[in-house]
Design a protein around this ligand. Structure first.
Ligand SMILES: *Cc1c(COP(=O)(O)O)cnc(C)c1O
Length: 348
């Protein structure tokens, strides 16, 4: 049975062939449990090679856990975490960062385009210095952002410089980290530890895996006892090889980057194809694999009635995400339906 593609989320896609092949290989025979296996060793090594540094790597089931546990390791309960108002940690994690840190409060900076800036960080971090307000402890940025933008290397460097000046740790939510690397044509090292990032949550799920995110600590001291934190949070997989093997498959084959490049290219092509459709506007610059489409409510309703699924949680615009397997023929159908919906609405 095959289902038509939707572009509501890059999570609608299945498992990419390289991750699937690694799963199949890992499924042969027995290996020790709880990460004490050759696949986990191999995947950690592949990530250390990819980042070109002796980072500490941990594998967990999903991005919410990765972000929440990573932030908890950077903060005490009385600390705050500075983020953009549209950050996934604030809007889509049900308070998990606060919960797993035992109360570290998220401080949100208004950011019309979703990006955090050194000025916004400074303003929040210095707004209060008395002990009645949580002490700033960390900053988190999303790369690529929830709005489909990408922080340039210089922007990350400027943010990390502000963090150092203010005594804050820098976390990167990289649910779509591969898309950012592809967009910038930058190495993973350049946009993380070399630019001052302390901890990265590297998303495997949206990149083509079934489940799994890697938490990468560039400062090994910050990873102290992190294995206990994962276990306590219910994030230590007993059959760890089924999370780690696909990582080895994705990284060693280069599929992580190919998948991301494909998604990004599809997003750019889609945005180009709908440019100039009457009443339809692309909201943010298309830098990664997301396209936000602002259109009259009747046009979006018409698109839905033609069977398309999409979310409108950011500024009421329809979000279209392009994953590793986005099919140009299906994208062409979406373009045609959007044009038809616009025409039916009188090009409103
Ligand atoms: C998808 C996503 C996550 C992870 O979400 P889970 O559903 O917990 O895996 C984290 N951050 C961002 C920006 C995301 O888009």
């Amino acid at each position: 049975m095959t289902n038509p593609q939707h572009f509501a989320s890059d999570n609608y896609a299945g498992i990419c062939p390289e991750a699937w092949a690694a799963l199949d290989e890992a499924n042969r025979g027995h290996v020790p449990a709880y990460g004490d296996d050759p696949w986990t060793e191999r995947a950690s090594k592949a990530l250390r090679t990819l980042f070109g540094t002796a980072c500490e790597v941990f594998f967990v089931f999903n991005g919410t856990a990765a972000n929440a546990l990573a932030l908890a390791s950077l903060c005490q309960s009385y600390h705050s975490v500075i983020c953009s108002a549209s950050a996934h940690v604030e809007t889509d994690e049900c308070g998990a960062p606060e919960f797993f840190s035992n109360g570290s409060k998220l401080l949100t900076a208004p950011a019309p385009d979703g990006k955090l800036t050194p000025d916004a960080i400074r303003a929040l971090a210095t707004s209060r210095s008395d002990l009645h307000f949580p002490k700033p402890g960390a900053v988190t940025i999303t790369q690529s952002t929830e709005t489909g933008l990408v922080y340039a290397i210089e922007e990350i460097r400027a943010i990390s410089a502000a963090c150092r000046e203010l005594g804050l740790r820098l976390h990167m939510d990289g649910a779509r980290f591969a898309n950012a690397c592809a967009a910038l044509d930058a190495s993973p090292a350049e946009i993380t530890w070399q630019a001052g990032v302390d901890v990265l949550c590297f998303g495997g799920t949206k990149n083509g895996m079934a489940v799994g995110e890697a938490i990468v600590f560039f400062d090994p001291a910050l990873a102290r006892d992190f294995d206990y934190r994962c276990k306590q949070a219910g994030q230590l997989a007993s059959k760890m090889r089924f999370i780690s093997a696909p990582w080895a498959g994705l990284i060693e084959s280069g599929a992580w980057l190919r998948n991301a490049r494909h998604g990004n290219a599809c997003a750019r092509a889609f945005a180009a194809d709908i440019a100039g459709v009457p009443g339809v506007e692309v909201l943010f610059e298309v830098e990664a694999n997301a396209v936000f489409v602002r259109a009259p409510a009747e046009v979006l309703a018409d698109l839905r009635s033609r069977g398309w699924r999409f979310y409108t949680f950011i500024g009421g615009a329809a979000r279209f995400m392009f994953g590793w397997d986005a099919d140009p023929a299906h994208i062409a159908r979406l373009v045609a339906d959007l044009k038809a919906a616009s025409a039916a609405a009188g090009g409103a």
